[in-house]
Design a protein around this ligand. Structure first.
Ligand SMILES: Cc1cc2nc3c(=O)[nH]c(=O)nc-3n(C[C@H](O)[C@H](O)[C@H](O)COP(=O)(O)OP(=O)(O)OC[C@H]3O[C@@H](n4cnc5c(N)ncnc54)[C@H](O)[C@@H]3O)c2cc1C
Length: 104
């Protein structure tokens, strides 16, 4: 598959890995639509200090974030927090891309 033909990427899971994928796609020059969906209420955050510095009161919640929340909109990454993905229809996604290509 030619990755230049991919117009939209949906990432399920807004943890460290998901956040990193979204950022790297942009930094690597991907110009299509990126949607990052996570069921937790917060943008991607670091877990190690959660059980250490955060619970000990040494870290505020903002310092847990891997990147400031504004980075996602700055980089045109649609971040949907508090949203659980319950079903993925891979076949339809493939069909939708085919239709888009056929229309060009
Ligand atoms: C309290 C704690 C302390 C830790 N300390 C350390 C440490 O000191 N050193 C170390 O090396 N590692 C540590 N870890 C482990 C490390 O943080 C994990 O390896 C890392 O978080 C993995 O990142 P990930 O993005 O792959 O997965 P996760 O962090 O699990 O992120 C996955 C995300 O996807 C979301 N998600 C899953 N399914 C769906 C769905 N269907 N729809 C929407 N969202 C979904 C989840 O809610 C979650 O936010 C710690 C973990 C915890 C919990």
């Amino acid at each position: 598959m030619d990755t230049n033909e991919i117009k939209r990427v949906v990432i399920v899971g807004a943890g460290q890995a998901g956040g990193e994928v979204a950022q790297r796609l942009r930094q690597g020059g991907f110009e299509g639509e990126i949607t990052l969906i996570g069921e937790e209420p917060a943008p991607p955050y670091q877990r190690p200090p959660l059980s250490k510095k955060y619970l000990a009161g040494e870290f505020g919640v903002e310092r847990l974030l891997l990147r400031p929340a504004s980075v996602y909109s700055d980089e045109k990454i649609a971040l949907l927090t508090g949203t659980r993905v319950v079903w993925v229809d891979r076949q339809q996604a493939r069909a939708a891309r085919r239709r888009a290509r056929a229309a060009v």
